[in-house]
Design a binder for this molecule. Structure first.
Ligand SMILES: Nc1ncnc2c1ncn2[C@@H]1O[C@H](COP(=O)(O)OP(=O)(O)OP(=O)(O)O)[C@@H](O)[C@H]1O
Length: 459
């Protein structure tokens, strides 16, 4: 638990006011540790669990240091680069910085260049030399190569957010090329929820004598904040179980339903539509503006249920590809999927009461990042995982990683409810399943992309 308050950290009044407006009573642990060190100019390598407030842990000292430097330097220049693996995260980081600079927005300007498709449309934005530029490595490099972004004489700090994903999203070469265009000395931050060999490689590439903040917290909030359940079932009963959970209001509030592939998300959407349960889908083949729009609408409470296909299927093959061929590609993934897409990583879905793993996550990391979409900051949350019998070995892996087997107690408690109630819905669900044909899924998939494209063009 953090012991200091924000006003004890020596921050500018304008920043303190913005923090108060956000309703944050005190810093999170990672913020309490990172902010003073970063204000001293130290390089930081930080690992803290998902949802622990890492974005503000680097944004607050960066804004503070910029406000300080503005007292003496008047020339406008890009002083900070924030590199993110996904476009959604870029937009979110920009939004957080805008909130934190709401009382000094004339002094500190931020631009997110990750999201827009057209590079030329971003030129005017960069010509104004925003103090902070947020972007994916490929987009930042593209502007550097075109001469629209030059930080060789001005860069003071660089952040790599979700550092463990940067390489697996195919940005290794871009990042190396980008580093050649930076000055010799600047402050660096590597932020991640997990440390892996890629973070180690990045550390050697980017950091100079860093302070390593590896918080001794468990990977997920404890059971007083996050309740984790599992239901073991037959694969074909998952739809029936979900319907029962919703029908009996055993799941309440905003819920993210995670599935492992795009077709499956439409199958689930169409299935729930049969019972007039509206949902929205989020996946990598939707245009980026639509994805950001859907996340914003979900956060504003337009939908209670969002069916998300997480990025795992995109990140992992690329890793394998690297091992096999020695180099990674970037750009569009299979079937027009966007490789700069991420749902279970970094996205701040707000006030999510339940994460439901409809499909079992394919790795421990994936479980942790999905679970991290609820119980964020100090809020409570529930993770409910449907486990088909063929997936029991994966469940055991997750139990072990979360420390469940040593004590003989399960971390993911069995969720108990009366089976007779489920059986009562079986026929109704069978009929609903029958009407969700392959053709219907195909059409829904195409329709969604078309509609989202139209609405994106209209906006
Ligand atoms: N000091 C604070 N007090 C209360 N809420 C906070 C505080 N700092 C950040 N938050 C909120 O906590 C949520 C999670 O923050 P953030 O997205 O930065 O976490 P994160 O550690 O980057 O998570 P992830 O690893 O999933 O990206 C956000 O909604 C943010 O507004």
């Amino acid at each position: 638990m953090a012991t200091l308050r924000f006003h004890e950290l020596g921050l500018d009044d304008r920043l303190l006011k913005a923090i108060a407006d956000l309703g944050w009573a005190k810093p999170t642990l990672i913020q309490e540790k990172a902010i003073p060190l970063a204000m001293e100019g130290k390089d930081i390598l930080a690992r803290a669990r998902t949802g622990s407030g890492k974005t503000a842990a680097y944004s607050i000292p960066i804004i503070q240091n910029l406000l300080q430097s503005k007292l003496t330097v008047s020339e406008q220049a890009v002083q900070v680069l924030i590199l993110v693996p996904t476009k959604e995260l870029g937009q979110q980081v920009q939004q957080m910085i805008r909130q934190l600079t709401s009382y000094c927005s004339r002094d500190i300007r931020v631009a997110d260049i990750s999201g827009q498709v057209d590079v030329s449309a971003q030129r005017p934005i960069l010509m104004e030399k925003p103090d902070i530029v947020v972007g994916t490595p490929s987009r930042v490099l593209c502007h550097m190569n075109q001469g629209t972004l030059c930080v060789r004489d001005s860069l003071q700090a660089m952040v790599i957010d979700e550092a463990d994903l940067i390489f697996s999203f195919g940005f290794e070469d871009d990042l190396k090329n980008l580093l050649c265009q930076l000055p010799k000395i600047f402050q660096s931050f590597l932020m991640s929820a997990t440390f892996n060999e890629d973070v180690q490689a990045l550390k050697e590439l980017v950091l100079h004598n860093p302070v390593t903040l590896k918080l001794e917290e468990s990977q997920l909030p404890d059971s007083s904040q996050l309740t984790q359940y599992q239901i073991q079932c037959e694969e074909e009963d998952k739809f029936l179980l979900l319907y029962t959970l919703l029908k009996l209001s055993l799941i309440r509030g905003k819920t993210i339903l995670f599935v492992n592939d795009v077709d499956r998300s439409y199958r689930l959407k169409l299935f729930l539509e049969q019972f007039s349960i509206p949902t929205c889908v989020l996946n990598s083949e939707l245009p980026v503006q639509s994805r950001c729009h859907i996340i914003a609408q979900f956060n504003q409470g337009f939908y209670d249920y969002i069916i998300a296909t997480d990025e795992h299927s995109l990140a992992e093959p690329r890793k394998k590809e690297k091992k096999a061929t020695g180099r990674k590609k970037k750009g569009k993934g299979e079937k027009g999927q966007d490789s700069e897409y991420g749902v279970s990583r970094g996205i701040d879905f707000q006030n999510v009461s339940t994460v439901l793993n409809f499909d079992f996550p394919l790795s421990v990391d994936s479980y942790i990042h999905r679970a991290g979409r609820t119980a964020r900051a100090n809020n409570p949350g529930v993770v409910l995982t449907l486990v088909a019998h063929t997936e029991l070995s994966l469940l055991a892996e997750i139990e072990e990683a979360l420390g469940g087997t040593g004590t003989g107690e399960s971390v993911l408690c069995p969720y108990r409810f009366r089976m007779e109630e489920v059986e009562g819905f079986r026929y109704r669900c069978r009929d609903a399943m029958r009407s969700v044909t392959k053709q219907a899924i195909k059409e829904a998939r195409l329709k969604e992309i078309k509609e989202e494209l139209y609405s994106t063009l209209r906006n």
